[in-house]
Each structure stands twice: as C-alpha cells, then as structure tokens.
Design a protein around this ligand. Structure first.
Ligand SMILES: C[S@@+](CC[C@H](N)C(=O)[O-])C[C@H]1O[C@@H](n2cnc3c(N)ncnc32)[C@H](O)[C@@H]1O
Length: 272
C-alpha cells in the first residue's frame, strides 16, 4: 500500500510501559461510565500490536475488540499477544481489520460502543482526520484518543541547543513525505474542533512521558529518533548534532538526563 510508514513492533514494545503510565486513566474512567451495561464492542484505530487494548481492557466489562491497522503484521502480533482479562477477570474477544483509515466508513464502526486510538492522530493527514471523525460522529459512540504529541519537550539539564533541535523536529513532523502531510502537533486541536463542531462534548488532559534513568532504553531510542528527524529536516544541524548527541548519550549512560515529552489525550462523546 503506497504511503505506508512502517512502525516497528520492537519500538511499540519499548514504549508500551511508558504509554501505559502516561495515558489519562481519568478520561478512560469517564469513557467507561458512558458505556451501556452489558457486553460492549470497542474499535481501536491504528492499533499496532494492541497496546491500547491491553491497557484499557481491564477497566471495562465484557468486551469484543476490533483492531484496525494497515499493517497486517502488527495486527497479527496484537491478536497473538497474551490477552488481557476484563474487569471481571474474564477473557475478551479480538478481531483484526486490515485497511487504510483514510477509507474508514461509518459501516466499519457499526455497532461500536467505544472507539479508541493511541499515538495515532499526529501521524495522520488532515483528510484522514476528517474521515475518521466523520465516521465516529456517524457511529455516535464515545471516542478516546490517547497520546497525541503536542511538540513540547523539556530536557533536563537544559542545553542551549535544545530549542534548535525541538523546532527542527516539530517542522519534520508536519513535512510532506511519501505523498502525505502528517498533522503532528496540530492533529489533536483539529480533531477536538471537529468533534465540537459536531456538537459533541470534548474533554482533554495533558499526558506526559517522563523518561529518565528508569527507562534508559526508551530515552536513548526516543532521543536518537528525535535528533535524526531534526537533522533530516535541517541538514545544517548535522555537525552540531554529532557533538550534541555524544554529550546527551553520555548523560543518559550516567543516569543524568531526563526528558518530559508532552502529549494530549482527548475524550469526545455525543451530547444527549
Ligand atoms: C505510533 S503507532 C501506535 C500503535 C498503537 N496504537 C500503540 O499505541 O502502540 C501508529 C499505528 O497506526 C497505524 N497507522 C498509521 N496510519 C494509518 C492509516 N492511515 N491507516 C491504518 N493504520 C495506520 C500504524 O501502522 C501504527 O500501527
């Protein structure tokens, strides 16, 4: 399928514990209260290897999940992964749906009690977000959209070069690549505005990755990807990047670097 940017299962596994710690449980509990009694059907969009399902399933009652992703490989990993139990400690049912979310129709969400997504919105285009929000509004089920980046990054200790890399990374996030322009940090406000325009209620919560000596592997991987993307966007940063990277990696090895990476979670639901 053209335009697909492959996400690695290893990267999703590395970030899963931090994603679980960061997502807003408060919004998840509000979403749970909006659900009907009895068995529910959840559609997770851009489900990857199923991290959102493993995090949310234990909060909900009897449930069936439909995992939507354009990667058949990641969807298969999600289905074959050890399954979480529901809040009554009973098993859950899981089905995969391989396809491009750009083509999501209200029929694909027929019967949904809840629609979820995690770490998805910022990699979508404007057209895809309009399509997805349109399908959700037609389905009239609450929508929990976790972990969209806002572009906010704070490294501690500070370095005067941080801002140049942050700006270049944020520009990289919204570049046109493989025929698509992702929305990056603009994605969550746009989705929120579209739900509000449809007359839906929207709540949001700032959610943070807090990376430090407790997760050195994730901190180094995230930092390497952040700097590489910044250099790809602004090649004149390349020479400085080598020195910057070396200094920061030495701090990670010594357990002296921490990073706060800001995200936002959204919950939207139709007004009664
Ligand atoms: C950053 S990963 C997040 C995966 C998972 N939700 C998680 O939290 O671990 C984004 C996922 O969205 C999928 N994806 C991105 N754009 C998509 C599209 N247009 N159609 C279908 N899947 C898409 C990718 O294949 C990937 O699995």
């Amino acid at each position: 399928m053209s335009g697909i940017l492959e996400v690695s299962g290893d990267w999703l596994a590395l970030r899963e514990p931090e994603d679980a710690a960061a997502r807003s449980l408060d919004l998840a509990l509000i979403a749970a209260e909006l659900l009907p009694d009895g068995p529910i059907v959840v559609h997770d969009l851009g489900s990857g290897t199923g991290s959102m399902m493993r995090w949310l399933a234990p909060v909900l009652g009897p449930q069936t999940w439909f995992l939507h992703d354009w990667s058949a490989d990641l969807t298969e990993q999600a289905i074959n992964h050890v399954r979480p139990a529901d809040r009554y400690n009973a098993g859950i049912s899981v089905f995969g749906r391989t396809g491009n979310l750009a083509d999501l129709s209200p029929n694909d969400l027929a019967g949904a009690s809840l629609v979820t997504a995690s770490a998805l919105l910022d990699v979508l285009t404007s057209e895809e977000i309009h399509t997805i929000v349109g399908a959700c509004v037609a389905a009239r089920a609450p929508v929990l959209l976790s972990l969209s980046v806002t572009g906010g990054v704070q490294l501690n200790p500070r370095d005067e070069r941080d801002t140049a890399f942050e700006d270049a990374f944020n520009a990289h996030q919204v570049r046109r690549a493989n025929g698509r322009r992702q929305l990056g940090r603009y994605a969550a406000p746009i989705a929120s505005g579209l739900f509000a325009d449809a007359g839906w209620q929207v709540r949001q919560s700032t959610t943070l990755w807090r990376l430090d000596h407790r997760r050195p592997g994730l901190l180094s991987e995230w930092f390497a990807g952040w700097v590489d993307a910044a250099v790809e966007q602004e090649p004149q940063l390349r020479d400085e990047a080598d020195r910057y990277r070396q200094g920061r990696l030495a701090q990670i090895e010594l357990g002296e670097l921490s990073a706060r990476i800001e995200h936002v979670d959204l919950l939207a639901w139709p007004s009664p």
